[in-house]
Design a protein around this ligand. Structure first.
Ligand code: HEC
Length: 179
């Protein structure tokens, strides 16, 4: 009978659920904190991390941020924007912006064999990267609180400011594949 190797690459969500189920110290309700690979890694320091799953998760997170931002701009092109939708999109971006920092553990760069647009500067200047993510958290929160007021000019200006936070980070930390 061969020994079954530890399943290092099990779907991290399943792993997190298994950990939660096995751990007697886990208080009820806490497993929610480990529902994504990055969150699971943060919740269990030293535990094996499925880095490929973290990279996938961060790509999906940015794709969703991109979609939400597109939705905001789409509304602002209309004569009568749906400000509730803008607020909801801004809140979505806000929640996702808070996850960015945790999506870049060591071992997830191109040097580690991942096909990613993340530049090495992310790991060389972690404080600057964190500041860029925090900027988006702040600008998206401002947009979310401003949108319900329905002042199109003000909301548009804040959407621009939020876009500046995207660009500010991309210019420094994301590979520009159009170059
Ligand atoms: C703190 C830095 C940072 C901020 C802020 C940021 N991004 Fe990004 N973004 C990145 C990095 C780094 C990547 C490349 C990730 C990768 O390839 O692993 C990326 C990738 C993307 C992608 C490509 C996703 C894919 O792989 O298909 C989109 C779309 C995107 N960002 C949109 C946005 C938008 C819109 C905003 C602002 C609302 C934003 N980003 C804010 C750093 C940031």
């Amino acid at each position: 009978m061969t020994r079954i190797p530890a399943p290092r690459l099990v779907a991290a969500a399943a792993l997190a659920a298994a950990l939660a189920a096995c751990s007697s110290e886990t208080p009820a309700g806490a497993p929610e904190a480990a529902e994504t690979p990055a969150a699971a890694a943060a919740a269990e320091p030293g535990a094996p991390v499925d880095l490929a799953a973290v990279v996938k998760e961060r790509e999906e997170n940015f794709e969703a941020i991109g979609k939400a931002f597109k939705a905001v701009r789409g509304e602002l092109e209309k004569d009568a924007p749906d400000f509730a939708l803008i607020a909801a999109s801004a809140n979505d971006i806000n929640a996702r912006a808070m996850k960015i920092e945790g999506h870049f553990p060591a071992g997830t760069s191109t040097a580690d064999g991942f096909k990613t647009e993340a530049l090495p500067t992310i790991w060389e200047k972690p404080e600057a990267f964190k500041a860029a993510a925090t900027k988006l958290v702040g600008e998206s929160a401002k947009l979310a609180s401003l949108a319900p007021g329905g002042d199109k000019a003000a909301v548009g200006a804040q959407a621009m400011a939020m876009g500046g936070a995207c660009k500010g980070c991309h210019d420094q930390f994301r590979k520009d594949d159009k170059k």
